[in-house]
Design a protein around this ligand. Structure first.
Ligand SMILES: [Zn+2]
Length: 141
């Protein structure tokens, strides 16, 4: 399997449990741990390790990145704690078991989710801009 880039195509592939599971090569939490590769993949995560973040994972759906895992962390609970609006969490069903209706609902939710995210980022930029403008104006007074 060719190395995956963080392009859109990756997110498409990562909607399938088997593809997510395959990314967990050398995942440090195995037997006796709660957050095994299988549990992580089931909860929507794929493995994106970096040299300074050796246990970094990302949700294929909400794109939330999480690291700093403990052997007893429950991937579903952590996912919920850090991204409670993730539509994949609400469905809580493996992609393979989804009906066409589920998939369409999820696709719709994904579009809405990305739209909301980009609006939120624009709002943040706007706030930063107005804060800067305000302090520049105050400096002139
Ligand atoms: Zn998510």
């Amino acid at each position: 399997m060719p190395e995956l880039s963080k392009a859109d195509g990756e997110y498409f592939l990562m909607q399938y449990y088997e593809n997510r599971l395959q990314t967990f090569v050398n995942w440090p939490f195995e037997d006796g741990c709660i957050c095994t590769a299988e549990q992580m993949a089931a909860a929507g995560f794929f493995y994106t390790p970096e040299s300074n973040n050796p246990d970094l994972v990302q949700c294929f759906f909400c794109c939330k990145e999480l690291d700093g895992w403990d052997p007893n962390d429950d991937p579903w609970e952590e996912h919920k704690a850090h991204s409670d609006k993730c539509p994949y969490l609400k469905l809580r069903k493996p992609t393979e078991d989804m009906t066409l209706q589920d998939q369409l609902k999820l696709l719709q939710a994904k579009h809405l989710f990305s739209l909301k995210e980009s609006i939120r980022k624009k709002q943040e930029q706007l706030h930063e801009y107005t804060d800067r403008a305000r302090s520049q104006m105050l400096a002139l007074m």
